[in-house]
Ligand binder design. Sequence first.
Ligand code: CP
Ligand code: NVA
Length: 309
Amino acid sequence: TTTGTPNHFLSIDDFSYAELRGMLNQAVALKQRLKDGDRPQLLKDKVLAMIFERQSTRTRVSFDVGMRQLGGETIMLSGQEMQLSREETLEDTAKVMSRYVDAIMIRILSHADLLELAGGATVPVINGLTRRAHPCQIMADLMTFEEHRGDIRGAKVAWVGDSNNVLHSWVNAAELFGCQLTIAVPDEYSPEKDLMQDIKRAGSAVRLIEDAREAVEGADLVITDTWVSMGDVDAAERRRVLKPYQVDTSLMALANKDALFMHCLPAHRGDEVTDEVIDGPQSVVFDEAENRLHAQKAILCWAFGVETN
Ligand code: CP
Ligand code: NVA
């Protein structure tokens, strides 16, 4: 499109099932082509600027490599080094950067800040994680599940631990993709208001409980994430309250025999997951990390409006 809103990728629930399915199909195709030694230069001469207000390993490297594989280039920026840290607004920053680059990827804690940037940008903006959502991660997660087990529709998914950004995007995905998501979180860290609204909107696709064992029973996929997300301040208290939610072999034993285990990484081994589980035969965490690359290449192609086949 040449007029109106650019192709922003901000939140899973901005999209229809068909749109996300299209991106996932392209991700699978691009992954296969790469394995076959084919590197289509679909984004030749395009420049992606990446702004990181927070740490990253996977998001940073996978977007950088993904752009290069598609023939594009990247500029890496840290929020602290930009005039953003001297109170230039996100909107002005977006307007200026839109005059230079072809798209912007940003990791920033405040989702409102992300929306401000997107509102000011005339080029696509991609959400590389906010406190509210991590949509690129969930695209990789969906891709990984289907790679191992086929269509995720109807699958039983268990989320165990904290209620955070990754969970929020999973709630949105469960609604769209028709999986049965059961969330077990302690009352102390129950979902914030807008996540709760999305859980309600998802209807029968999403169930919220407190008991980790009940959530995992009969699950096809067990997911957890760190107990202390970026921006959380009460680390010691979180570790104490969330201790019963550790994914260990006895918890995994309640799931289906062929259940997969996922974690977006970085993992805090010995907290939310044991070594035995994350290094065990059911764990697909490194496929999941790899698929960030392929899923994001498809997201980039969609954002740039480029046909991949
Ligand atoms: N999963 C994920 O987004 O990892 P990084 O924080 O390393 O980018
Ligand atoms: N929930 C984690 C995900 C890190 C990729 C965080 O927000 O820190």
